[in-house]
Design a protein around this ligand. Structure first.
Ligand SMILES: NC(=O)c1ccc[n+]([C@@H]2O[C@H](COP(=O)([O-])OP(=O)(O)OC[C@H]3O[C@@H](n4cnc5c(N)ncnc54)[C@H](OP(=O)(O)O)[C@@H]3O)[C@@H](O)[C@H]2O)c1
Length: 407
C-alpha cells in the first residue's frame, strides 16, 4: 500500500458513495471497526444533508460532493469540504487513505478506481461498472500490484490481485472466501447463486408486473436499481461478467443456480470434485466488512446463519426463456468490453423507464438486447477510459426517450 503521512496507525478508509445503500452499510461496519480503522474521507453525489450528518458522526478529514451546492455544508471545524468533478479521484488517492470503498453506481466510479490502484490503494468495490465496463483496464493494474508484492512476499494477502481489487457483492465475496489458500489452476467451475427474485415461479405473464411488485425482493433489502436487476436476473448476468474478470474464468466455467433461500452465497468446484461454498444470512454488512478487513475477520453484529433453523437449501437451474437478461448479459460478456459496457449503461436507462412506468418489465430485456446489437464492437480494440465514457453517454442518449421498445 502507499506510504501514509498520517501519524494515526489505523487503516485509513475513504468511502465513495457514502450516502447510498452500500455506503451507509459501510459506515455501520466502520463504526464497529474503530480500534483498527478510521474514516478519512467521504464522498457522494448531491445528498448534502446526509453527507453533513455523516461528517458530524465520523469526523473525517475531508468530505466532498461531485455536484456543486450553493453553500458549504455544515461540517465539524476539522473536516474540510470540497466539491466538483474531481472529488472522487482526489479523495480516493489521498496519502492518508489506505482502502477505498466504492459504493457509487455508474461508470463515474471507474476513473477513481483506476487512480486509486495506480496510487497503491486497496479498492473494495460494490460498483458493477468497475468490472463489467472496465474489467480489461482494472484487472491488469490489480495483477501488476499483486505481482510486485509476490516477488518479495508471496504469501502476503496483497500478493493476490483479489487483495487489491476486493469484491463486495455477496456472490463474489463468497467465491473469493472459497478461494483463499487455493490455487486457481485447481479450480474447475464457479457457481453464482441467485435468489430468483420475486417472480421466480409466478405470475406466468411478466409483461404487466408493476414496479411495486418487482421491488418486493423476497430475501435481500437493497437499492431500487439492483432490486429490479435481481427481478430480471440482469444482475446475475452482470455478475457473470464480473466473475469472468475477477477470477480470470472462462464464461463456460461460470454457472448460475437459483437458490431461493439466499443462504449459500456462491460456490467453487475444484478439479478433485470437492465443492466449497460460503454461507451466511443475506446481509451486505458481512461481505462489506470482509472486503475491508481481509485477510483478518472481525466480530460483526450480524447474526450467524443457523442451519437448523434454515432447514432446507434448494437449488435449480435458471429459466433463461423466462429471464432472457441472463443470456443476453452472458453473450455481451463473451462479445467483449464494448458490448458489456453498452449493456450496463442501457440497463440503467431501462430500469429507470420501468420504474417510471414507461417500459414494461419484459421490455427491460428487449432494450438490453437492442443495446448489445447496436453497440457491440467485437472486432474493435478494447475501449479506453475516454471511449467508455463516450459510449456510456451515447447509449444513454440513444435510449433515454421513452417509450423506447415496443411491447
Ligand atoms: N445495494 C446493495 O445491496 C448492492 C449490492 C451489491 C452491489 N451493489 C452495487 O453497488 C453500487 C451502489 O449501489 P447502491 O444500491 O448503494 O446505490 P445507491 O443507493 O443509489 O447509492 C449510490 C451512491 O453513489 C452516489 N453517487 C451517484 N452518482 C454519483 C456521482 N456522479 N458522483 C459521486 N457520487 C455519486 C450517491 O450519492 P447521492 O445520493 O449523494 O447523490 C450515493 O451515495 C451499484 O453498482 C450496485 O449495483 C449494491
Amino acid at each position: 500500500m502507499s506510504r501514509r503521512s498520517s501519524a494515526d496507525p489505523r487503516t485509513g478508509v475513504a468511502v465513495l458513495g457514502s450516502t447510498g445503500s452500500i455506503g451507509r452499510q459501510t459506515l455501520d461496519v466502520l463504526e464497529g471497526l474503530t480500534p483498527t480503522h478510521r474514516v478519512v474521507a467521504l464522498a457522494a453525489g448531491r445528498n448534502a444533508d446526509l453527507l453533513a450528518e455523516q461528517a458530524r458522526r465520523f469526523r473525517p478529514t475531508i468530505v466532498g460532493l461531485t455536484e456543486d451546492v450553493a453553500h458549504p455544508i455544515d461540517t465539524p471545524p476539522a473536516t474540510q469540504f470540497v466539491q466538483g468533478d474531481q472529488t472522487l479521484e482526489d479523495l480516493a488517492t489521498r496519502d492518508d487513505v489506505d482502502v477505498v470503498v466504492v459504493g457509487t453506481g455508474g461508470v463515474v466510479s471507474l476513473r477513481p478506481v483506476l487512480a486509486a490502484l495506480a496510487a497503491g490503494k486497496v479498492v473494495a468495490t460494490a460498483n458493477k461498472e468497475t468490472l463489467v465496463a472496465g474489467g480489461h483496464l482494472v484487472m491488469p493494474l490489480a495483477r501488476a500490484r499483486a505481482a510486485h508484492v509476490a516477488a518479495t512476499r508471496p504469501t502476503h494477502a496483497l500478493a493476490s490481485p483479489l487483495g487489491w481489487l476486493r469484491p463486495i457483492d455477496s456472490e463474489h465475496s463468497a467465491i473469493w472466501q472459497c478461494l483463499v489458500g487455493e490455487r486457481m489452476s485447481q479450480v474447475a467451475r464457479l457457481t453464482l447463486t441467485a435468489s430468483g427474485g420475486p417472480f421466480l415461479d409466478e405470475p406466468a405473464d411478466l409483461e404487466s408486473v408493476s414496479p411495486e411488485q418487482a421491488l418486493a425482493h423476497p430475501t435481500w433489502r437493497m437499492g431500487a436499481k439492483v432490486t429490479i436487476d435481481s427481478a430480471t436476473l440482469a444482475n446475475k448476468g452482470l455478475e457473470v461478467i464480473e466473475a469472468h474478470w475477477l477470477y480470470d474464468a472462462a464464461y463456460e466455467d461460470i454457472d448460475v443456480l437459483i437458490h431461493p433461500q439466499s443462504v449459500v452465497h456462491s460456490a467453487v468446484t475444484f478439479v478433485d470434485g470437492s465443492l466449497k461454498a460460503q454461507l451466511g444470512i443475506p446481509d451486505m454488512h458481512i461481505p462489506i466488512q470482509y472486503a475491508i478487513t481481509h485477510p483478518e475477520r472481525a466480530p460483526s453484529p450480524v447474526a450467524a446463519v443457523d442451519l437448523a433453523q434454515v432447514g432446507r437449501l434448494t437449488f435449480r437451474r435458471p429459466d433463461e426463456a423466462r429471464f432472457p437478461a441472463l443470456r443476453i448479459a452472458r453473450e455481451a460478456g463473451r462479445s467483449g468490453p464494448w458490448a458489456s459496457a453498452a449493456l450496463i449503461a442501457a440497463d440503467d436507462v431501462a430500469v429507470d423507464h420501468f420504474l417510471a412506468g414507461r417500459l414494461p418489465f419484459t421490455g427491460i430485456a428487449r432494450l438490453l438486447d437492442d443495446a448489445v446489437d447496436r453497440f457491440a464492437r467485437a472486432d474493435a480494440t478494447d475501449p479506453g477510459m475516454e471511449e467508455l465514457e463516450a459510449l456510456d453517454t451515447e447509449v444513454r442518449a440513444a435510449f433515454r426517450k421513452g417509450p423506447v421498445v415496443a411491447r
